[in-house]
Design a protein around this ligand. Structure first.
Ligand SMILES: O=C(CO)[C@H](O)[C@H](O)COP(=O)(O)O
Length: 230
């Protein structure tokens, strides 16, 4: 049974908080995952009440949710996003690990195009340091080359397996995902630069200094953290 104030409620509160802050006329990047889905549904309710927005989805999932909510879709060719709303797997300050849903390549592209990233999350995502494996989208041919390269960076790489099919997860872009454990990541910006420099890496899940606001659902409400205001 879902508990009042449990993680599902916290995700809903976080999603509703970010959705409430979207101005009329905005082009919104739609992130992926269960918390971003709460923001999309909340925006759908605002659209039903007359809000005028257009959405740029970052995955098959967020495109379907937008369609179900009757939110008009556009692409990066049509319009520049004003803001991106997305979830995260780990949050330390304003640095993030993303990619639990294997959508981080498009998520980073859309968030970068927007220049404004609002993160929505439940309280379990908060940590003092980024301490989870980093999802890395890779070209399929690159896996045997990248595994030793990641080990030489101190990582412990694992090719992500699909849950309901034999074989690996294939991203919406037709690539594979390597989850690479680095323990506690002391200098995320340095690791991000090292990962980005490896041929065969399409995109890694370290989002360093990109988040402008973080809406964290709590047991009693929402804690909104704004970069630069603390
Ligand atoms: O990065 C992501 C997808 O690639 C998600 O935003 C992240 O995994 C968080 O998902 P959830 O809100 O379901 O916990």
């Amino acid at each position: 049974m879902k508990q009042p104030g449990g993680t599902d409620t916290q995700k809903r509160r976080a999603g509703e908080s970010a959705a409430a802050a979207v101005p009329d006329g905005s082009v919104v990047g739609f992130g992926t995952g269960s918390t971003a889905a709460e923001a999309i549904r909340a925006l759908g309710r605002r659209v039903e009440s007359g809000l005028d927005i257009r959405a740029i989805p970052t995955s098959y999932q967020s495109r379907q949710l937008a369609r179900e909510a009757s939110i008009p879709l556009v692409t990066l060719e049509d319009a520049a996003p004003d803001v991106a709303i997305d979830g995260a797997d780990r949050i330390a300050g304003f640095d993030l690990i993303k990619g639990g849903g294997a959508a981080h390549a498009r998520e980073k592209l859309v968030a970068t195009a927007a220049g404004r990233l609002w993160i929505v999350a439940d309280g379990t995502k908060l940590a003092d340091t980024l301490d989870r494996p980093v999802p890395i989208e890779v070209l399929p041919d690159a896996v045997p080359v990248l595994e030793p390269a990641l080990e030489s960076l101190g990582g412990d790489p694992t090719l992500r397996a699909a849950e309901r099919k034999d074989g690996p997860v294939v991203t919406d872009n037709g690539n594979l995902v390597v989850d690479c454990a680095f323990g506690e990541i002391a200098t995320p910006a340095d690791l991000a630069a090292d990962l980005a420099a490896l041929p065969g890496v399409v995109e890694h899940g370290l989002f360093v200094g990109m988040a402008e606001e973080i809406h964290v659902g709590t047991e009693s409400g929402v804690d909104v953290r704004e970069r630069g205001s603390r």
